[in-house]
Design a protein around this ligand. Structure first.
Ligand code: MD3
Ligand code: FE
Length: 207
């Protein structure tokens, strides 16, 4: 479903086995060193989701290669199979002509029932390649806005375990957020309490 130009939602893109595999990989990445952390914002606040990064480490509002703020460990490598997954996602959602440079960043956010993500734009990457989002576990309310303001107009979409969302073109710089997680809605056989979102991105940076 095209929510906006080049913003395409593909429900159930990952089958149950692929969801389990991706979740297991995320659990391994979440372990120290350079594992799951609480992101501190410049204003002194903390984000309510907890995050682990692959490839490049994200700080509000920049990327760093070598250090994590938690334990100072190097960021974990971005595996080739995630680039393959990202390219398949873009082709399935936007078509073969939307081919991009190699994916080299994953930001993985873990949400408990009370976690939220405020309306924001993702503009720290130096590439306009589409962002790929994969959701696991509890459903959430995802709010997709406009490129001008955090406020209306926006479109609310429910994201469920296994769903793919790709944001390319003009939608790449739209405001978006997660106002609500629906506790207890994860597929029981997945074995995840809460919600997890993986975004794949092209940094556009030189290493
Ligand atoms: C639209 N994550 O990681 S996924 C983020 O569910 C982020 O964890 C949310 O926003 C989450 O930055 C929303 C959907 C999403 C992700 C990245 C985007 C939408 C986007 C980047 C550009 C435009
Ligand atoms: Fe975002």
């Amino acid at each position: 479903t095209e929510i906006a130009p080049d913003a395409v939602h593909v429900p159930d893109w990952l089958d149950a086995d692929r969801q389990r595999e991706l979740l297991e990989a995320c659990r391994v990445w979440a372990r120290p060193p350079a594992g799951l952390r609480t992101v501190r914002t410049p204003g002194g606040g903390t984000m309510t989701s907890r995050q682990v990064c692959l490839g490049w480490h994200w700080y509000p509002y920049r990327y760093a290669r070598t250090v994590a703020d938690g334990d100072g460990a190097p960021v974990k490598p971005f595996p080739r199979w995630l680039d393959d997954l990202g390219r398949r996602a873009v082709t399935d959602a936007l078509g073969a002509r939307a081919a991009t440079a190699a994916y080299d960043i994953a930001l993985i956010n873990f949400y408990d029932a009370d976690a939220r993500m405020g309306m924001h734009r993702d503009s720290d990457e130096k590439s306009d390649a589409p962002v790929v989002s994969l959701s696991l576990g509890d459903s959430c309310l995802f709010r997709f806005g406009n490129t001008q303001t955090r406020a209306r107009p926006y479109t609310d979409v429910e994201l469920r375990s296994g769903d793919l969302f790709v944001f390319g073109g003009a939608s790449r710089l739209a405001y978006h957020g997660v106002p609500r997680v629906y506790a207890g809605t994860a597929p029981p056989e997945l074995g995840l309490t809460g919600r997890l979102n993986v975004t794949l991105r092209v940094s556009g940076f030189q290493r």
